[in-house]
Design a binder for this molecule. Structure first.
Ligand code: NAD
Length: 490
């Protein structure tokens, strides 16, 4: 890999005080999930490395907070252009270390760039409001101000987009920002930080530390980290939320998911099946927005089943770099084993596996972590494939009488990340938007992914905190509000 952030021997490094520095901790491998080939090493930051990064960020914050907002957003405009210029190259790095298809990688980066664009509007978004004559001879003004150093800990599945849910808003509002990307695919973050370096943020305003759980603990325990954004699995999200909150820090922690699609009797069944299969299988099912349980109204069940089966059979398994591939490899051999285990459990628990992708092979890539698409029917709540996050290319069909029963079944889930409804009825849609206990909702769309200028929702065991990523919530998360009352006529 040809990246500046890599040392001469190919090890991903930390970016601290505007410089690339080797981490002091142990080195681990970064592996191509399609070939099993070692791509690079990644050095883990020790608590001392973290302390250096946070210290430099804290120093940078002192002058950055007073830098006029119009100047603060200039590096973001440059970053947007650089990301667009390098989008294809970043996408290739992303595919090599993650496995998703090139089209998916490009799409993910586009969603990340959208956040940079949105944060360029901080001069308007950060205004809080004022009211003359709020009381006799009193004018009242709310003022938003930055807090200090914020950290973000991000997952493996969107290594390009998710860091950009946080970095642009944190720095545009006047904070300093430290990223700890997933240790499984840290090279995309190296690339992003190289471009941030070129975009011209003052040293220390943006930083990168690599590592695993110990590096995260050092960040969460650091007195000078004011707040934490986390995205990853539910047990870690819950624990970090509790730890950070107990330490008096701001925290937003997005967790795992189990998402549902409800197919109403009035739905366009072919369209619903196409969207549902794509939602469940894109990125090999490694998406927190994957709708992998379809609650299908009895009158359209058979038609939906046939259409879904057709779509599942036409998938193409292979390397994300190969043209025509629709499903790439899973992230690690351990994760592949886990997903295969979930499929076996589904069979044992009595669901009917009507399409079994477990035998699919990709001859050219014998060492890849591949699993073909699997389709279950007659699945029911209480089965692991319906209740637990799988994070693999597995879709389960559940029969329900109607939309009302679909909503009821869906709301029994402990997760609340996303849900979709396919219908031709405004009444169904209204009921769904009101009653669904999930944070991101879609009507007649397979994947409920909000644009950057809306917040990215999440509820129940899928989100811990109050203010979400993206949009206005991000501005409020990264700022504190003071209210000033003033009297000058006395
Ligand atoms: P993960 O929880 O294993 O890791 C996420 C991050 O936490 C990584 O940076 C990792 O180094 C760190 N980490 C892991 N274990 C830790 C520990 N014990 N203590 C401290 N830090 C730790 O998650 P993952 O496998 O990288 O990502 C997949 C998960 O993320 C899925 O559950 C998926 O649903 C979820 N996810 C959620 C959203 C959302 O918006 N809700 C978005 C993307 C992914």
């Amino acid at each position: 890999m040809d990246l500046t952030g890599l040392s001469a021997d190919g090890t991903a490094r930390n970016y601290v005080a505007g410089e690339w520095r080797a981490a002091s901790g142990a080195e681990h491998d970064v592996t191509d999930p399609a070939t099993g080939e070692r791509l690079a090493g990644v050095g883990y930051a020790t608590p001392e490395d973290v302390d250096e990064a946070v210290g430099a960020a804290r120093t940078a914050f002192e002058s950055w907070r007073e830098t006029p907002v119009e100047e603060r957003i200039q590096p973001l405009f440059r970053l947007k252009s650089l990301l667009e210029e390098h989008q294809d190259d970043i996408a290739r790095v992303l595919v090599r270390e993650h496995g998703k298809t090139l089209g998916e990688a490009r799409g993910e980066l586009r969603r990340g760039i959208e956040n940079v664009e949105t944060a360029c509007g901080i001069p308007s978004m950060m205004q809080a409001g004022s009211l003359p004559n709020a009381a006799p001879d009193i004018d009242e003004t709310a003022v938003r101000h930055p807090l200090g150093v914020f950290a973000a800990v991000t997952p493996f599945n969107f290594p390009g987009m998710i860091p950009l849910w946080f970095l642009p808003y944190a720095v545009a509002t006047g904070n300093a920002f430290v990223l700890k990307p997933s240790e499984r695919d840290p090279l995309t973050a190296q690339y992003l930080l190289e471009l941030a370096d070129e975009a011209g943020f003052p040293p220390g305003v943006v930083s990168l530390v690599n590592g695993g759980p110990d590096t995260v603990s050092a960040l969460v325990e650091h007195d000078d980290v004011e707040g934490l954004s986390f995205v990853g699995s539910t047990p870690v999200a819950r624990t970090l939320y509790e730890q950070a909150a107990a330490a008096g820090k701001r925290v937003q922690a997005q967790g795992g998911a189990k998402n549902h699609v409800i197919v109403a009797e009035s739905a366009d069944v072919g369209f619903a099946a196409e969207q549902t299969v794509s939602s469940a299988l894109a990125c090999s099912g490694e998406r927190c927005l994957a709708n992998d349980v379809a609650l299908v109204a009895e009158p359209v069940y058979e038609a939906f089943r046939e259409a879904a089966l057709d779509r599942v059979e036409s998938q193409v398994l292979g390397s994300g770099l190969d043209e025509g591939t629709t499903i790439g490899p899973l992230i690690t051999p351990e994760h592949e084993e886990r997903v295969r285990g979930m499929v076996a459990t589904g069979v044992e628990e009595g669901a009917d596996l009507i399409h079994d992708g477990r035998d699919w092979e990709v001859g050219e890539y014998p060492d890849g972590n591949f699993l073909g698409p699997c389709l279950f029917e007659n699945a029911e709540p209480g089965m692991a494939i319906v209740d637990e996050e799988i994070f693999g290319p597995v879709l389960s069909l559940v029969r329900v009488a109607d939309v009302a029963e679909g909503i009821e079944v869906m709301n029994e889930s402990r997760f609340g990340n996303a849900a979709s409804l396919f219908t031709d009825s405004g009444r169904d849609a209204r009921r769904f938007k009101q009653d669904a206990e999930a944070g991101n909702l879609a009507v007649n769309a397979g994947t409920a992914a909000p644009m950057a200028f809306f917040h990215f929702g999440g509820a129940k065991d899928s989100f811990f905190g109050d203010l979400h990523a993206q949009g206005d919530d991000a501005v409020r998360f990264y700022t504190d509000e003071k209210v000033a009352i003033e009297r000058w006529d006395y």
